[in-house]
Each structure stands twice: as C-alpha cells, then as structure tokens.
Write a protein that binds this ligand. Structure first.
Ligand SMILES: Cc1ncc(COP(=O)(O)O)c(C=O)c1O
Length: 459
C-alpha cells in the first residue's frame, strides 16, 4: 500500500516552484553558514525534487544511487578527480581503462573491443555517428577529420537509417554533425514497435539508386516502449551495405546481462559501436555513460594531441584520446564500487525485478476491457490507453492528457505521457527494483478513478 504521507514531489506549479527558489539566487556580499544553507535548501528546494526511491515513481529512467555506487561516488567527489589523462589521475585513468576492458568482457563483446566513458547517451550516440562518417570517408579515400563533409563527392547522398521510435538524440547528432535532417531516414515498426525488417529491406531497395547508407542505428530498448530492434538481421543488412552498425543500448543494454533476456539482444556483438547508460537502471550517479566499439583502433579516429596534454607517444594510459572532453568525472569508480559491493547475483535481481513487475502487470491488464495495451513489453516499459466503455474515440487523447496532468499535480505518483502513431498514450516505467506489480496496478487504478472523474465532470 502507498504510504499516504509520502509524496514523490510537492506537486507545485512552475510558478510556485520559481517563487520558492527565488531566495537561492539572491547572491549577497556575505556568505551563509552551512547550517543556514542546509535550512534554506531543505525548506525551499528539497520538496520540489523528485523522489526516485519511491515505488510510485514510474515515469522516467532515473534511480537513486545504490549503496556501493554512492560510496564510490563520495570518494570520487572528495578527490574531485578528472580522469582523461595519467597526469591528472594515474589511478583514475588506469581504473577507467581496466573497467572498460572488464565491461567489454561482461557484455561478451569481441576480444578486440574497447570502451570509453561519456557524459551521457546523447554524446555517445553522436560520437558513434561521427565514427560512422569517418569510416565512410575512409571507404571514399579521404580523411574525414581533415576534410569533413565537403570531402564526399555528394554529401546529400549520405543517409542514416533508424527506427521511427529512436531517441531524439539521433536527430541532435545528425544536426550537430552538419548532415541536416534530410539525411535521416526513419523506419516503420512492427506491432511490438521493433524495426520491421521486411519494410527495412524495402526501404533499402528504394534508396539504392539515390542514396548511400553510411549507418544503420538499431535501438536496444526504445525510450517510448522499451522495444529491442531485431539486431541480428539489421547487422546482416549493415554488413551487406558496408554501413556502420550502431546499437543505442542507452536504456536497454543492461538487460542483456539477464540470461532470460539475452537472446533478445542477439547480434549486438556484431555492432561497430554500442552506447550504454549505467546511470539509468544501475543506480550509479549521473553522469555515467559508456560507448563501446568493436575494434579498439576505431577510437584512433578521435585522438587529438596537444603540447601540454595527451602528448603523442606517451606510454601511460590516456583515456582522453577516445572522446572529446579534456575534463570528465571519475564515473568508473562509482560503477566499479557498485558492482563489487552488490556482486553479480544481486545485480541480476536488481535488473530482473522491475522487468518481472512490468510483465506481470501487462498479463493482468491484457484482459481488462477499459485498458488498451499498446505493445507486449520487451523490457521495463508498458504503454497503454485508458478506454472506458462507450467513451468517444475522438476524445481519448484528451482523456489521457487529463489523467496525466492530474496524477502529476497530485505529486503522489508519476507516470508519463507520450505519443505512439499520433495517439496519446500513458507510459509506465519500472526501473528501480522497488517498483512492484502492485505499485503499477495501483497507478492503473488511480488512472481509472481519474477517468471516471473526467467522465463525470471534466468534459
Ligand atoms: C534509447 C535512448 N538513447 C539515448 C538516450 C539519451 O541518453 P542521455 O539521457 O544519457 O543523454 C536515451 C535517454 O533516455 C534513451 O532512452
């Protein structure tokens, strides 16, 4: 049962939150003692922060730190280590390198694989697409780092294929790399919102005469429904086309560690690059993201040397040669500390529990007449619509919005609202092991009550 005292956040409006926070930014000549500062923050800020540890938090990919992760993060913070170079942190740089190798083994990537820590999944995806362009340029006989897009005989021919449900970071990457959105081709999805392979093959055939596919991007756990694209056939198509295969596993890759889910990720070992966000379900502090590449020499395309830092030919570990930031947090320490503290058995339980909760909720809901399930969950997300009997179809979008707004404003639980095929749908996310099937079903029952209220008063 939900504790009636617990709110997952204040439920306050943006105006109320702004008014409460105003004193925090009244910078003054004299400073505050830490006690006074604590009081101010407790009163003004903390009620408005989201409580990810509550089982009623069912909307986003955030979690509070696991105990070992928090312990590691405290050490990283107290030393405030930057880790891109042996000179700034011998132990930090070495631990990051060793951790990257261990992660490649954990995910059973080829022996040639390597990894780097990144600020976030968005930048991991962007860097992967840069690498894809770089390799395409090599195939065309020039150095992309030097000549950029104008080196291609006709850059407007270059296209990247991905699911229509791919994360918007792919669109950001395409823009920031100077390709423009005209180079993004989105693929249709099947009933479970995975890339439809037959349609993909048709699209590839249609594009053949006019375009060059330099990259196919599969999502292993889409943001909206957690669906895992069929990586193996996509990998085969990429190989056939000479295209780079990037797997965006920012959300889902962790679940490939579970024996029951592993077959769903089959083919990930063939990807040229894979992104992963431990800061989603692993309970490690933000930021904590990783980019894997199948061949460690792929990272040489990122290497930039300078006279004071990252000098050429230095024999010591130099993780900063694998991605742009010259300062990055010591994310590897919280991840290592968390995995060592929990052990793999507990980690598997942590990952498996919310997936079981979502599957059970889906099983219970599929026979309920006033709930329309939008897909069969591959991982820890379930999208549905509340569809009361005889409710007018054209008003269903407004009903989902009403329910979502009310739940958010109550501050006692959260779920999210998204769109699938131009229709508003409600989205449940189980990311922390505390989200049980019961907690999910209570949210659905709350949704039902609000739908009844809408029918009685809202229209
Ligand atoms: C599938 C997927 N890719 C990429 C991202 C972006 O990751 P980040 O929020 O770490 O930038 C997300 C974020 O939710 C995601 O779900």
């Amino acid at each position: 049962m939900q504790n009636p005292e617990v709110r997952i956040y204040s439920g306050a409006s943006p105006q109320q939150v702004a008014a409460d926070l105003e004193p925090l930014i009244a910078f003054q000549e004299e400073g505050l003692s830490l006690e006074a500062l604590n009081e101010l923050l407790e009163e003004r800020l903390l009620p408005h922060l989201m409580r990810y540890e509550q089982p009623e938090f069912q909307s986003m990919f955030n979690t509070i730190p696991e105990a070992g992760a928090e312990f590691g993060a405290r050490i990283a913070l107290s030393y405030n280590q930057g880790v891109t170079n042996w000179q700034v942190s011998p132990g930090g740089a070495m631990l990051e390198e060793l951790c990257c190798q261990a992660l490649c083994q954990l995910f059973e990537l080829p022996a040639t694989a390597d990894a780097t820590f990144m600020y976030c999944g968005t930048y991991a995806n962007q860097q992967a697409i840069y690498l894809a362009l770089h390799r395409k340029a090599e195939m065309c006989g020039f150095d992309f780092a030097e000549r950029g897009l104008p080196g291609f005989p006709d850059p407007t021919r270059l296209v990247l294929l991905t699911s229509r449900d791919a994360h918007f970071s792919v669109r950001h990457a395409i823009r920031m790399l100077g390709l423009g959105e005209q180079s993004l081709v989105t693929l249709d999805v099947d009933r479970n919102r995975r890339i439809d392979i037959e349609r993909m093959e048709e699209t590839l055939a249609e594009l053949k005469a006019t375009k060059e596919v330099f990259c196919i991007l599969a999502t292993a756990g889409t943001t909206s429904t957690g669906s895992v694209d069929p990586i193996l056939p996509i990998a085969k198509a990429s190989q056939r086309m000479g295209a780079w295969l990037h797997v965006d596993g920012a959300y889902g890759l962790a679940y490939s560690l579970l024996p029951g889910w592993k077959p769903l990720f089959s083919g990930v070992e063939l990807a040229d690059s894979v992104s992963w966000d431990p800061h989603k379900q692993l309970g490690v502090p933000i930021p904590n993201s990783v980019l894997f590449v199948r061949r460690r020499e792929d990272f040489q395309r990122m290497a930039l040397h300078s006279d004071y830092f990252n000098r050429e030919g230095m024999p010591e570990p130099n993780p900063g040669l694998k991605s742009p930031p010259s300062t990055r947090p010591f994310s590897a320490l919280s991840l290592v500390a968390s995995l060592r503290h929990q052990g793999m058995v507990k980690l598997m339980q942590r990952l498996g529990a919310p997936l079981a909760a979502i599957q059970e909720a889906a099983d219970r809901l599929k026979s309920q007449a006033d709930v329309e399930l939008c897909h069969k969950p591959d991982t820890g997300i379930l999208c549905f619509r509340i569809t009361p009997q005889d409710f007018p179809e054209e008003e269903l979008d407004r009903l989902q919005q009403f329910v979502y707004d009310r739940i958010l404003a109550e501050g006692k639980r959260s779920l999210s609202l998204t769109r699938l095929d131009e229709r508003a749908v409600l989205r449940l996310v189980a990311i922390s092991p505390r989200v049980s099937c019961e907690a999910l079903m209570q949210t659905v029952s709350n949704v039902r009550d609000l739908a009844a209220k809408y029918e009685a008063t809202g229209r």
